[in-house]
Design a protein around this ligand. Structure first.
Ligand code: PEP
Length: 253
């Protein structure tokens, strides 16, 4: 089954609205042919409206938030709902990023609620999973990944799975400059797919896109995307520069 590559820029807490405008001006001008690749940009909340305005009229680049509340509205200071994200033009939401898990205490129970809320609103979740170095070295890799998948996808029907993107991001490779080797990434992504097969069946496992994330750069994107179970990237640091992100996108074309 052919799966369209999806390459997403996670800007984290970088890029003010004016910096977002500068990035998009440069990126959309030298735009790589998007037919083979779905491109997604995830600015911080305050820059979503500006990005949406500048991306209007083109369908090649999608807009994502970096987080979302599972609540619909009410007394939840500092939170953002699905309806708010939809109104500013988001189509995707990154959920369960390792920084949300480790710095803000998000666990699979809350991430699962967010996955349900995202799907109910017609948004596409980019669900992040990944092990720490300690867990990998301690032989816990498969256990950790299967627990994260089972917990965060609890109650999700097989029919909903093609609308979910999984991002496998080894925590030890995020922002560290230490990328998983293509072989390590392939082996783990293949394992992730096998868990999806156990949970949802072979057809779903073959259809779901699994991104790799962790220090992806123009120099390593080609050999990573050549792996059969890598269906795109979630890119942090290297997505902040329009030329470098464009080069990573070109690796997928
Ligand atoms: C990320 O934040 O999802 C990420 C993979 O970051 P980086 O590319 O900087 O490692």
């Amino acid at each position: 089954m052919s799966r369209k590559y999806v390459i997403a820029a996670n800007w984290k807490m970088n890029m003010t609205p004016s910096e977002t405008a500068g990035f998009l001006d440069a990126f959309l001008k030298n735009f790589p042919d998007p037919t083979a690749v779905e491109i997604v940009i995830a600015p911080p909340f305050v820059s979503l409206a500006k990005a949406s305005e500048l991306m209007a009229g083109q369908s090649a680049v999608g807009l994502s938030a970096q987080n979302m509340s599972h609540e619909a509205s009410g007394a939840f200071t500092g939170e953002t709902s699905a309806a708010m994200l939809k109104e500013v033009g988001c189509q995707y939401v990154i959920l369960g990023h390792s920084e949300r898990r480790s710095l803000y205490g998000e666990d699979d129970v809350v991430i699962n609620k967010k996955v349900h809320a995202t799907l109910a609103a017609g948004l596409i979740p980019i669900l992040c999973i990944g092990e720490s170095l300690e867990e990998r070295d301690g032989g816990q890799l498969e256990f950790v990944l299967s627990q994260q998948l089972e917990g965060s996808l609890l109650g999700i029907d097989a029919s909903q799975m093609p609308g979910i993107i999984i991002a496998y991001e080894p925590v030890w490779a995020i922002g560290t400059g230490r990328t998983a080797t293509p072989e390590q990434a392939q082996e783990t992504q293949c394992y992730v797919r096998s868990v999806l097969e156990r949970l949802f069946g072979a057809d779903v496992a073959a259809a779901v896109r699994i991104q790799y994330g962790g220090s992806v750069k123009p120099g390593n994107a080609g050999e990573l995307i050549a792996q059969p179970d890598i269906d795109g990237f979630l890119v942090g640091g290297a997505s902040l520069d329009p030329a470098s992100f464009a080069d990573i996108v070109k690796a997928g074309i």
